[in-house]
Design a protein. Structure first.
Ligand SMILES: *Cc1c(COP(=O)(O)O)cnc(C)c1O
Length: 482
């Protein structure tokens, strides 16, 4: 049987049909009219040709070797790989949206502008903030937009001495990178033993040099900053602004409004918490919301409503300028709008509650096997570690590889950096109990394997098309070409 399958695959790979395309000939005769004779080919290029059926089979078989959300549970912490309804794709592909020309007169794209305006209003509603820009194309891009907004604000006040951004060690890695890129000096502070910001450590570094304090909420160990209201007071007392990295807002949406705990500015990741498929670098959207006194510094143009019409306001003299061509990744905004309309103001909290419940369910069931680094209820993800003495030399990377054999995508590993042998597991709200139980069973089985037969985990994956890569050799002798 194996032999037949092998031959079958070979015949697909070898199949080269010799058919000539009529279109090619036509295109060639046109080119002949346009190009100088010495630039023209004398003969057809030797391009490989395959039948459509063989091509479809080739790519379908390749895609089956991959892990994706449509086929597998994908608990990649911090990335929120949740299921996004296909209906939103259909809606965002409606021709009125997808075929609109970016330079179309505003009268011809009133529907798109209305949707963007309404999305801004919904984002204001769920965060409590006063203004939103939809321009940034990703979370990190939103951070940069936010920090540059703060920079413009302090410049307008003549507070040029504010050259520092404070970032705790539980922040997402993009936070210090962004601050650095915006020209600020990054001041790192260590967290307390509970995994939250150490207020004394924060007080020590706050000064009239501080421009912004950047908090990832929930932080990267999956915990809510329980003292955030006091932290906001401390930040404001120093004359600085509080920035919240809200990329993982699915832990809070419909339950808490960041403006109410003193946040001045934040970004949201529409491609994570809301509803756009991502991964593999697909288009993202990282809208930035701010309190009223920062609105005038946001990127222009802003979508505004004048009477019954929707316009792009380009008359913003204090604006930091443009952060992206045109108005952002509109297809992602459309999906987010659909998502927010589907969960109205009364049911949105269910998303956050389910996301948090699912993460805690996994955390508690795995407690005796892979304990949480901070033993406390978590938000939308749990960060687990290893009981080193029971691990027989097995490390987190081995467990991640073995999970593939059990049919699960691996969690985020070795991040956050403050947790040794970290496994960051984010089930998201769209997985059901049966799937979470299967995942927990797989993790427990791997634990037993570590105790009784660690070699099998050490050599994993054993059932995948690509086996364990020799990472040491790959690093020492990189072969950067095929
Ligand atoms: C994913 C993430 C980011 C970065 O978002 P991108 O869209 O990948 O740029 C920033 N902060 C947190 C907390 C994140 O989870």
């Amino acid at each position: 049987m194996q032999e037949i399958i092998k031959k079958n695959m070979l015949s697909i790979e070898k199949s080269v049909t010799g058919r000539r395309g009529v279109r090619f000939e036509k295109a060639l005769s046109k080119a002949e009219d346009l190009l100088p004779a010495d630039c023209l080919r004398k003969s057809r290029p030797h391009l490989p040709e395959m039948s459509e059926l063989d091509t479809v089979r080739h790519f379908t078989n390749l895609s089956r070797q991959n892990y994706c959300l449509d086929s597998h549970f994908y608990p990649l912490g911090s990335c929120t790989m949740k299921y996004n309804p296909k209906a939103y794709d259909v809606l965002s592909n409606l021709e009125g949206f997808s075929l609109a020309h970016p330079f179309a007169p505003l009268a011809g794209v009133q529907g798109t502008l209305e949707l963007l305006y309404n999305l801004q209003e919904l984002l204001k509603e769920i965060t409590g903030l006063s203004a939103f820009t939809l321009q940034p194309a990703a979370g990190a891009h939103g951070e940069l937009t936010g920090i540059l907004t703060a920079k413009s604000y302090f410049k307008s006040r003549g507070e040029h001495q504010r050259t520092e951004v404070i970032v705790p060690d539980t922040a997402h890695g993009t936070n210090p990178a962004t601050s650095n890129m915006a020209g600020y000096t990054v001041i790192n502070i260590k967290s307390g033993p509970d995994g939250c910001v150490d207020k004394e450590a924060l007080q020590k570094v706050l000064s009239d040099k501080t421009a912004v304090v950047m908090l990832t909420v929930p932080n990267t160990v999956g915990l809510f900053e329980k003292d955030i209201c006091q932290i906001a007071e401390m930040v404001h007392a120093a004359g600085a602004l509080l920035y919240m990295d809200g990329a993982n807002f699915n832990a809070l949406m419909g339950v808490a409004k960041p403006a109410s705990f003193g946040v001045d500015m934040m970004h949201l990741n529409l491609h994570k918490s809301f509803a756009a498929p991502h991964g593999g670098g697909g288009p993202g959207s990282g809208p930035v919301g701010v309190v009223a006194h920062l609105a005038q510094f946001l990127p222009k143009p802003m979508v505004e409503k004048q009477g019954e019409r929707f316009v792009l306001n380009t008359q913003m003299p204090d604006s930091l300028g443009k952060m992206k061509a045109f108005y952002g990744n509109i297809s992602v905004c459309i999906r987010a709008y659909c998502f927010l309309r589907q969960y109205d103001g009364k049911t949105l909290h269910q998303v956050a509650e389910q996301a948090v419940l699912n993460a805690n369910y996994v955390r508690v069931l795995l407690k005796d096997y892979f304990p949480a680094f901070f033993d406390a209820p978590c938000m939308h993800e749990c960060v687990l570690t290893l009981q080193k003495e029971k691990m027989n030399g097995i490390r987190t990377a081995d467990i991640a590889k073995r999970l593939l054999d059990y049919g699960f995508y691996a969690p985020t590993i070795y991040f956050p950096l403050i947790v040794p042998e970290a496994m960051m597991i984010e089930p998201t709200e769209t997985e059901n109990k049966e799937m979470l139980d299967l995942f927990v069973e797989a993790m427990k089985t791997i634990f037993q394997e570590i105790v009784s037969n660690p070699q099998v985990v050490h050599e994993a994956p054993l059932l995948q098309p690509v086996k364990r890569i020799d990472e040491v050799s790959a690093a020492r002798e990189p072969n950067l070409r095929w």
